[in-house]
Design a protein around this ligand. Structure first.
Ligand SMILES: [Zn+2]
Length: 52
């Protein structure tokens, strides 16, 4: 079972989105998401880092 990295739901029943990042030349799996809404919300939350 794969859980959405944002809302924690299982992603299998929907249309899951998987993303990877290149970090220091290594490909790192960032997470799985139920759909693009969760993906965007997750990226938004990361961008809104404290101290701004
Ligand atoms: Zn989700």
């Amino acid at each position: 079972m794969t859980e959405c990295a944002y809302c924690g739901n299982e992603v299998e029943y929907a249309e899951p989105v998987f993303i990877e990042e290149l970090r220091s030349g290594m490909r790192i799996s960032t997470g799985s998401f139920c759909d693009y809404d969760c993906l965007l919300a997750y990226l938004e939350a990361r961008r809104l880092a404290p101290g701004r």
